[in-house]
Every structure is written in C-alpha cells, then in structure tokens.
Design a protein around this ligand. Structure first.
Ligand code: DMJ
Length: 639
C-alpha cells in the first residue's frame, strides 16, 4: 500500500467533505486564535479593534461612492441603448409624427413591431449628428477671405473667369460663397445631408478609393468601367455641399490618377451622363480647366459609338481601342440611352467650338422624331442600330429604357434657350400621350399613377424610375408650359411619396403595382422580386423641383422623412450606405452590399438642394440638370 508519510499528507490537506479531520482542524484554528487574543495586552487589543472599526467605516464610504458611479454608468448605457432602440433618429428635428400625411393602411403585423425596434441588425444606424454649424460658418468666413466677395477666386482655389462662363454661373453656386439666411430647421437639415455625404465618402475613401463603387458591407469595391465612377459622379455634389477638403482630395485624384487611355468597354449612356456630365458641370462650377480637358478626352473617346450604319449609336465603346459594338445578343440600343446623351454632347460642342459632338447627337433626335411606331408621342423601348427603326414595338412605359427620352426633350428645349420647337412639340405630345394612355387612379385612395401599356393591355405597374416625372412636369410648367402640368406633377408627387411611406422601412421598392379594383384594401402592392431599393434619386429629385416652384414646405418634410429612412435602414457603420433587398422588412432589409454612384451624384445632392432655401444655389433659370443631376448652363443665359 502507501508509505505512512504519504498517507498523513493526504488526510491533512485534502480532507473528504464531512470528514472528521476537516472539522477538527477548524476547531483547532478557533481555539488557537482565542488563546493568542487573550495573550495580548489591553492596549494592543484596543488598537486592533480601533483599526478594524476604522477600516470598516472607510470600506462603507468607498462602497457607496463606487456603487453610485456604477449605477450612473449603467443608467447612461441603458439610455443610449434605448435611444438607439426607440430613437435611432433625432426626434428633435423630426417635423411631424411618423404617420402624418400617410394614407390609412390596414395595420400589418410587422408595422406593429416597428415602433420599438432597432434597424437592421447588420447595419449601424445611429445618427451621427456632429453639429457642424461652426464648420459651416468657418467655410463662409474662408470663402470671404479667399475672395468670395469679388467672385474671382473661390475657396477651392479655382480661378474664376466670369467672362469665360458668360452666364457667370460660378459666382454663387455654393452656400460657402453666399450670405444665405437659413432657418434653424433648414440649417440642421443641410448639415444632416453633409454628414450623410461625409459618411458615404468615408466608406468610399477607406475601401474603394479610385474604384467605381463601394461595397460597404464587405468593405471592398466593385468595378464597372474601372474609372473611379463614384468619385467623378460626386465631384459637383461636394462643391455644392461646400465640402472643401473632400473636393480637393478628389480633384487631386482626377489630376494625377484618372486616365481614359484604357482598354475597357464602357456603356455610352452611363459614361456620358455620369463621367462626361460630371466633368462638365464641375468645370462650370469651378472654372478649373482640368475638368474641361478631361471632359474633352472622354467625350472624344466615346465618339466611335456613333459609327453605325444608321447613326443610332451602339451601346458600348472601348475607350482605349476606339471601337464600339452593341451588346452580344442584339444589334438594338435602348431608346432612353440614345436619346439621353444630348445635353452633354451639345454642351461639349459649345465649349470646344467643335460641332462634331452636337451633330452626332442631334442626328439621333432628328431620326427618332421622324420614326413611325410611336403612340401619341410615346416611344417603344428599343431601336435598331442597323435599320434605325424601333423594335419590340407595342410596349410603352415611362420607366426603364424610355424614361429619360421624355426628360431630355424638355431639357434640350430649355438648354437651347427654348428655341428648338421640335423638342417642345414632341414633349407636349408625349405628355398628352401619357395622360391618354398611361394615367390611372388607384383604389381605394385614388392615387394618380403612370402605368404601362403592352400591346393594348394596360398594366398598373410603375417603376420608381417614373418618379422623375413630377419634377420634369413642374420644370416645364415653370418654363411656361400649361399650368395643368403642374397640377399633374403635384398628384404624381404625392403618389411617389406614398410609395415610400407605405413601406415598413419608409423606403420605396424598385417597382410597385397599384390596385384598381373597387373594394381593394390598399393602393400599393409589391411583388417579392421588386422589393429592393437601390438608393435611387428620382423621388427626392422631384421633391426638389416641387419645393423650388411651390415653396410648400411639405415637400421638404417628405424629403426629410426619406433621408431619415435612408439613415435608419441603409447606413453601414464603417462607412457608406448600401442598397437593400427588402423594403418591407425593417427587421432585416437585407443589404445588397453596394453603394451606387448616383447616391452621391444625385440623391444626396437633390436632398441638399431641397433643404436649401437659397433659390440661387443652382438656379433653375440658369442651369438645367442632366439625368444624373449634373447641372449644365442654359445657353440663353450665356448671352
Ligand atoms: C441614374 O443613373 C440616372 O438618374 C438615370 O437617368 C436613371 N438611373 C439612375 C438613377 O436611378
């Protein structure tokens, strides 16, 4: 068995619970302590007792301080948790209770839950209101220091030659260059848009710098053309929002990194509206010829697209090789694409005094004007690059593939000083065609909407893209077209707003279907496949026009609600905003991990202009916006 010493060691130090040896040892310790205490003198005992009492009192005092501190900390944390749960947006600046102005809707189970739920778990939705008023004031002061008064040198350091831009368009484009009186509400909303831009820009800068698009969730990027699309699209937005630092760093990239001498295929329409349009407007706003040079470069590289049998351009161009081609599966181009590049190429001709650009795009308009296959001024969606004829006829929509054809009819007429009557005639006829063939009212609330026609069959389907129309109609009315266009604009504006507020996230889906049957319980239905939101601008774009022309503050308030919803459901904590898959699920809107360049180029720009009460900030009597929200000068105002 075990040696004796080993046995003793075990029984003494590792007693079995309840064994006699454990109890004996406790007893032994108590007796020896008492014996020792009795051996102490009275003085020694008093001293020890006094010290113990003192220690006890100190312990009590420090416990109450520490516990109070801990209590405070806990309460603060709970407050902040609660505020992100219940108040992810700053309720001080909310204009009105959440459901005001909405049409009555049957309550959905998920709506009931919405009131006290946080946004999507994967997104960080807390508002980061840093209160930048002093920063804005500083910029105003800077601008004055830098010569803002004389309108010769702006704070961006660009030398402005007021003769060069004969409309003097760069004197007053930025709030930094003006003494604009802003109300508290308007001021804080403007700051909120600046903050949203900075947040989006941070993501782009950290994870996608110089690339086409940010993928904010995976903290990476995606390429489309490989030309820094987001950066170029956002240039004039930064200028207009007065974001000096951000603008300067982007300009540096354009100056040192941007090259169009690349073996890449680009889409003619997308690169025209985003890149050529963005560079031209930035040139106009800044007067910096860097942007004009770049605009000339990309413009001339896109020209091979027009070398087709019919002169209707191909959809794709290789800007390095100088070759162009249609998509692999067809020789068709999209009607909206070939008819929504005119503002940009016409302006390029005016600036360069080289007529080739204007004559190429004007040829397209002349041909489309003459074509058979229209229905009361409405155009089909495809046109063949060989025959120059419409194809896939019989389908008429104001949505994808046709939308900006109508927009550019009106805008070319305005750009050219309202002299080119063919555009006006085609536009007026098209508005009548819309009214006659596509306009209907929903049930039960009678929302006016624009549906589609397919081979004589009406479909109550409306793309979010159609929401450009209220703004365009209002712009026409502002330019002297029938007042009833403005009335229609207001009705459609209400519908587009309802497409947002009737969704559980407060964000519109890509496509809605309106109910038209008597007895319907709700006006809007959304198919599963159509529930995504790509951060598109059309509704806030139209809100901007409607507010500019009516001064009705409800349009600003609607835009404000939409911005709150973007912040709540699409903002990614590490930077950037993401498109989402499901506007009907506030618990999990399902991020698509992509920030489209038009979110910076258009959506945030239009929101800023909507909240600004400065009518001269990109005056609609001196500028016309291209379909990517890049302002170009109206020629009549250029003398
Ligand atoms: C933008 O590129 C332009 O506004 C275009 O006219 C339509 N699609 C997007 C925005 O939705």
């Amino acid at each position: 068995m075990y040696p004796p010493s080993r046995q003793d060691y075990v029984s003494l130090n590792l007693p079995e619970p309840g064994s006699g040896s454990y109890n004996n040892s406790k007893q032994w310790r108590r007796q020896s302590f008492w014996r020792k205490w009795k051996q102490l003198s009275r003085l020694q005992r008093s001293l020890i007792l006094f010290t113990l009492v003192l220690l006890f009192i100190c312990g009590l005092a420090s416990y109450s301080t520490v516990s109070k501190h801990l209590r405070d900390l806990t309460e603060k944390k709970q407050d902040s948790d609660r505020s992100s749960l219940l108040r992810p947006i700053d309720s001080h600046v909310l204009p009105e209770p959440a459901n005001q102005g909405r049409l009555p809707l049957p309550e959905q189970p998920s709506q009931r839950k919405l009131s006290n739920k946080r946004g999507p778990p994967v997104l960080h939705n807390r508002l980061q209101n840093k209160g930048n008023s002093s920063e804005v004031e500083e910029k105003v002061a800077d601008s004055k220091k830098d010569g803002g008064d004389g309108g010769v040198i702006s704070w961006r350091g660009a030398v402005i030659d007021t003769e060069q831009n004969t409309d003097g368009d760069n004197k007053d484009v930025s709030p930094s260059n003006k003494d604009v009186k802003v109300s508290d509400k308007s001021g804080s909303r403007l700051e909120e848009v600046q903050e949203a831009f900075r947040h989006a820009w941070k993501g782009y800068k950290d994870f996608a710098w110089g690339h086409d698009e940010l993928r904010p969730v995976s903290k990476s990027y995606s390429e489309w053309f490989g030309l820094g699309l987001t950066l170029i699209d956002a240039l004039d937005t930064m200028w207009i929002l007065g974001l000096k630092e951000e603008f300067e760093e982007a300009k540096e990239w354009v100056a040192t990194e941007l090259s169009f001498n690349k073996n890449v295929d680009v889409n003619l329409f997308e690169s025209t509206i985003r890149i050529l349009g963005g560079l031209l407007s930035t040139y106009h706003l800044t007067g910096d010829t860097l942007f004009l040079d770049k605009a000339k470069d990309i413009g001339s590289r896109l020209m091979p697209a027009f070398n087709t049998q019919s002169k209707i351009p191909y959809s794709d161009v290789n800007i390095g090789k100088g070759s162009a081609h249609p998509p692999r599966w067809t020789s068709d181009s999209t009607v909206a694409e070939v008819t929504s590049i005119q503002l940009e190429f016409r302006e390029l001709s005016r600036l360069t005094e080289d007529p080739q650009y204007q004559s190429a795009v004007s040829e397209v308009m002349t041909q489309v004007h003459k074509l058979d296959g229209k229905l009361d001024g409405l155009v089909p969606m495809f046109i063949n690059t060989n025959s120059g004829q419409f194809t896939h006829q019989g389908i008429y929509t104001l949505g994808a593939r046709a939308d900006s054809y109508y927009e550019y009819l009106l805008k070319q007429w305005i750009q050219g000083g309202k002299k080119e009557n063919q555009f006006l005639e085609d536009y007026l006829q098209a508005v009548e065609g819309i009214k006659k063939n596509l306009l209907q009212k929903s049930s039960p609330n009678g929302l006016t909407f624009v549906g589609e026609l397919s081979h004589g069959q009406f479909s109550p389907k409306m793309d979010h893209l159609v929401c450009f129309l209220p703004g365009t109609l209002a712009l026409g009315a502002h330019n002297g077209l029938p007042a009833e266009h403005m009335e229609l604009a207001k009705q459609l504006m209400e519908t587009c707003y309802q497409m947002y507020v009737q969704m559980e996230t407060g964000l519109s889906p890509e496509i809605v279907h309106f109910n038209m049957h008597q007895g319907s319980t709700r006006d809007v239905d959304v198919k599963l496949a159509d529930r995504h939101n790509l951060l598109r601008p059309e509704t806030v774009e139209s809100l901007f026009y409607l507010y500019r022309f009516t001064k009705d503050q409800k349009y600003q308030d609607w835009g404000w609600e939409i911005l709150q919803s973007f912040n709540k459901f699409t903002k990614v904590s590490s930077g950037g905003y993401t498109s989402i898959n499901n506007v009907r699920d506030p618990e999990y809107p399902s991020p698509r991990d992509k920030m489209e360049s038009f979110f910076l180029g258009e959506t945030l720009k239009y929101l800023y202009l909507l909240f600004s009460d400065d009518l001269d900030l990109i005056s609609l009597d001196r500028y016309v916006f291209n379909t990517e929200a890049h302002p170009l000068p109206i020629w009549s105002s250029t003398g």
